[in-house]
Design a protein around this ligand. Structure first.
Ligand SMILES: NC(=O)c1ccc[n+]([C@@H]2O[C@H](COP(=O)([O-])OP(=O)(O)OC[C@H]3O[C@@H](n4cnc5c(N)ncnc54)[C@H](OP(=O)(O)O)[C@@H]3O)[C@@H](O)[C@H]2O)c1
Length: 216
């Protein structure tokens, strides 16, 4: 499969790009900073320069999607950003990429969302703008005609992955999960047709990832 990874220089995305290449996929890695292009290439992907906030669906975003079978949205404004960028990136960038996928016929779309996006008003005041933006991005994707999977992990860590997680529509608890395991969930979901049309939460756990996804 030819897969576009949006935010390819991100901490989860770089792990994902390397896994997808190992799994035999062709990967295009979208980044907004020129100095990140060599790292994306070193990870094995075809690098493409595109800013999801300033570029358009008809222009650079559409061109980045062209020829791809699947898209993984793994970009984000990041914890240091204010409410304005939650709107332009976490919602706007994700929504533009959904629109580009619709326009260019990329049928499969995996969204790296967040635990808490199912009920933003229950989040802390500081988290609410982020969770609302993520919730709206997820809604935009659900309302598209695309073959989607929405993954909502807990707090991401840089710990080594264990390959074992807990995943369900609602886990009823909060917690952490290594980015490496989130990347493996995304790579596995891409090849698990039963995850189509599903939205699920994920935390570190005891079940091998493939089995956890098969149970969804
Ligand atoms: N942190 C958590 O605990 C947590 C929990 C649940 C879900 N999430 C979500 O999981 C995803 C991955 O998180 P992460 O911490 O691995 O990501 P990260 O390291 O913060 O990477 C995000 C990437 O998005 C890129 N980006 C920002 N604005 C962009 C734009 N306008 N156009 C293109 N790319 C842009 C950034 O590039 P630059 O280097 O150019 O800024 C960065 O490489 C995010 O969607 C995040 O919201 C995070």
């Amino acid at each position: 499969m030819k897969v576009l990874v949006a935010g390819a220089h991100g901490k989860t995305a770089r792990r994902l790009v390397r896994m997808l290449i190992e799994d035999g996929h062709e990967v295009r890695g979208l980044v907004r900073k020129e100095e990140q292009l060599p790292n994306v290439e070193a990870d094995g992907a075809e690098p493409v320069l595109c800013d999801l906030e300033s570029e358009t669906v008809e222009g650079g975003i559409g061109a980045a999607v062209e020829g791809c079978d699947a898209i993984v949205f793994a970009a984000g404004a990041g914890p240091g950003s204010g409410a304005a960028r939650k709107e332009t990136m976490d919602f706007g960038g994700a929504a533009k990429l959904v629109e580009a996928a619709e326009a260019r016929g990329a049928r499969r779309y995996l969204m790296l969302s967040s635990m808490g996006a199912g009920d933003p008003e229950a989040g802390s005041e500081a988290m609410r703008p982020y969770l609302r933006a993520k919730a709206r991005a997820d809604e935009r994707l659900r309302g598209s005609g695309l073959d989607y999977t929405i993954v909502r992990p807990g707090s991401l860590t840089n710990e080594e992955g264990t390959g074992r997680v807990e995943a369900a529509e609602h886990l009823g608890r909060r917690g952490e999960i290594p980015r490496e395991d989130v990347a493996r969930i995304l790579a596995t979901a891409l090849e698990s047709p039963n995850t189509s049309g599903k939205t699920f939460e994920a935390l570190a756990g005891d079940t091998p990832i493939q089995e956890a996804l098969a149970r969804l």
